[in-house]
Design a protein around this ligand. Structure first.
Ligand code: KPL
Length: 290
């Protein structure tokens, strides 16, 4: 089955090139019809794509690697142009939406990744090998089969991909990684691997606030482990420029409202408090166009 990639940021482009390289038929969804190309920085290989817009005339695997603030508009578009029966929708974005459970169609899949990639013009630099997890966005009936073909295709394209029966737990862990890494790369203006060890104490306080909030959502996280995992991700993606660093550099809107901002707002709503997240949320907003 054909793949439609939505979102031509670093991760969408990396996935498009990786799926094509592993033998899949891949098209890109663009606003204007045009042919586009992606160069994979490390290998210097060139990949050419044609484009396709909604509505689709045949079922496809739709892989949307988009910004959290674009998810609502994309889902509205899908309401207008529903995917043909037999299609799959895979969403990948950093952060959390306040109204998420009511927004996502029940058979949506989440792809959570800690691969590090950034775009340098038309070139995608895959600067950090990571792992990814795939799982249903909403609870499914026990009889629902694992989408093996999709899992296999994604794993062949960009390994390792693990199936997760608790993708929400993975998403909260990823939220923590992004909250503990991305804003600091903006504050210190550096690659992930250049972050100073002195941020550890601040990261720990952020992790503690996240643990409290996750607990309100019936999820168990551990602050020491989160900080340790953040430094593992920093080591794995040391040559990478975080997505937030790149957004600020290119004067684009950042995802801070959906990362530390999400934690701060949710804590307020649940009668708790997350002063560290609130402070860093506002610090990044001052340094960016948000
Ligand atoms: O997700 C990322 C991002 O930059 O948004 C990490 C994993 C931190 C890699 O840079």
């Amino acid at each position: 089955m054909q793949w439609l990639i939505v979102g031509q940021g670093a991760i969408g482009s990396l996935m498009a090139a990786s799926l094509q390289r592993s033998g899949n038929n891949v098209v890109l969804k663009l606003r204007q019809p045009e042919i586009t190309s992606v160069a994979l920085g490390m290998q210097g290989a060139q990949f050419q794509f044609s484009t396709q817009n909604l509505p689709l005339s045949q079922p496809m695997h739709v892989f949307a690697a988009i910004k959290a603030y674009s998810v609502g508009d994309f889902l509205d578009e899908l309401q207008q142009w529903p995917l043909p029966a037999g299609s799959t929708l895979i969403l990948s974005y950093n952060g959390m939406l306040d109204n998420e459970p009511s927004l996502l169609p029940t058979d949506t899949l989440h792809w959570v990744t800690i691969h590090g990639a950034y775009r340098d013009g038309p070139t995608v630099v895959h600067a950090g090998q990571g792992e990814s997890w795939l799982g249903w966005a909403q609870p499914q009936q026990a009889s629902t089969p694992t989408p093996e073909t999709i899992l296999q295709a994604l794993n062949n394209a960009l390994p390792e991909v693990h199936w997760s029966d608790s993708i929400q737990q993975r998403r909260w862990q990823k939220l923590a990684m992004n909250c503990l890494i991305n804003p600091f790369t903006v504050i210190h203006q550096c690659r992930n691997g250049e972050l100073p060890p002195s941020i550890r104490a601040e990261q720990h306080k952020l992790a503690e606030e996240l643990v409290w909030l996750a607990h309100q959502h019936q999820l168990a996280l551990n602050a020491d482990e989160l900080v340790q995992q953040a430094w593992q991700v920093i080591a794995q993606t040391s040559a990478n420029y975080s997505s937030m660093y790149m957004d600020v550099k290119h004067q684009r809107r950042t995802e801070i409202d959906y990362l530390n901002g999400f934690v701060a707002r949710q804590a307020d709503q649940l009668a708790g408090s997350a002063p560290q997240h609130k402070a860093i949320w506002h610090r990044v907003r001052e340094l960016s166009l948000d």
